[in-house]
Design a protein around this ligand. Structure first.
Ligand SMILES: C[S@@+](CC[C@H](N)C(=O)[O-])C[C@H]1O[C@@H](n2cnc3c(N)ncnc32)[C@H](O)[C@@H]1O
Length: 297
């Protein structure tokens, strides 16, 4: 297993906007496969990085090797980024000189953890960190009302057939517990119109995305993380954020605007930065990535 499981997105742009400086300290709040952490360490040979993730597997499989490569410059920490202040304090750190967060899930998790991919049969779990999330996607799918499921698919997946899919799930579970990814993908495929099922993306893509965001409390976590992150950056340091979902990006955009109005920070990306055509060809996962950056005054 290796970190090439996750190809980091917008790497040049992350380095340009984070702008690592000699002897300064940076936080990578979403270590994942470690691609961005590596890029920061390589871009400025005297800076240090503290990297966190709530996925123990990601830290063990991708982090330990990178730490051997940069023994005095990389610290790894396990936990939820909503708890960043305490995680830094536990490592004797009050403030850092810049923070990067690359939200969402990694390709590594899609391969290594159960439930994320409809292309591979696995238990319908979808928890990025079983220590932080109690409810699995299977529990939700088998217990929630049709209304609740429909709301989740519509709001978090922007799924236009949310109603139909929710009704089909409730119907299917009368025959037995929905246990696996492929079972759910099949139910979705048969619930939507044929033309949609044969469309550019797999018909279960939006349903799976919505369940993943819900199960991992992704939007709530980002909402809590933003003010904490801002308060932990030294003057002239930057907060660089990559979102993959329009609701995430909207939250980041509004938060940045408010910080500018409050006079404590300046937005340094006029509009969201997206992947170039070259990157899109090399890494289709960068398709919906949007980067925004803020400098603390
Ligand atoms: C898109 S990946 C990051 C990839 C990484 N930038 C790289 O270069 O490989 C997102 C990572 O954030 C982690 N993550 C998501 N939400 C988190 C949270 N609330 N606290 C800590 N880590 C989180 C996930 O476990 C995942 O490993």
């Amino acid at each position: 297993m290796n970190s090439t499981y996750h190809k980091p997105v917008l790497v040049h742009e992350v380095i340009e906007y984070l702008d690592p400086q000699p002897n300064k300290l940076y936080l990578d709040a979403t270590f994942g496969g470690g691609g961005h952490t590596r890029a920061i360490l390589e871009a400025e040979p005297s800076c240090k990085v503290i990297a966190l993730d709530w996925d123990t597997k990601a830290l063990e499989l991708n982090g330990e090797r990178l730490q051997q490569e940069f023994p005095d410059r990389l610290t790894l920490a396990w936990g939820n980024f909503t708890n960043t202040k305490k995680l830094l304090a536990d490592n004797g750190i009050q403030k850092v000189d810049g923070i990067l967060a690359d939200f969402g899930t990694s390709q590594f998790q899609i391969f290594e953890r159960a439930g994320f991919s409809f292309a591979r049969e696995s238990a319908l779990d979808m928890r990025m960190s079983p220590s932080h999330q109690k409810m699995t996607a299977a529990e939700l799918v088998n217990k929630a009302t049709a209304e609740k499921l429909s709301d989740i698919f519509f709001e978090l997946g922007e799924e236009r057939y949310a109603h139909r899919i929710a009704d089909a799930i409730v119907e299917a579970r009368k025959k037995g517990y929905i246990k696996t990814t492929t079972q759910l993908a099949d139910i979705v495929k048969h619930a939507v119109p044929l033309a949609y099922a044969k469309g550019r993306i797999h018909p279960a893509t939006r349903t799976f995305q919505a369940l993943r965001i819900y199960i991992n409390h992704e939007l709530e976590n980002i909402k809590m993380f933003l003010p904490t992150a801002c308060s932990l950056i030294n003057s002239k340091g930057r907060l660089v954020l990559i979102s993959f979902h329009s609701l995430e990006d909207r939250m980041v955009k509004q938060f940045f605007k408010q910080k500018e109005i409050d006079g404590i920070a300046q937005i340094i990306t006029k509009s969201a930065i997206s992947a170039t055509d070259i990157e899109l060809r090399e890494n289709p996962s960068s398709r919906s990535a949007k980067l925004r950056a803020l400098e603390i005054l």
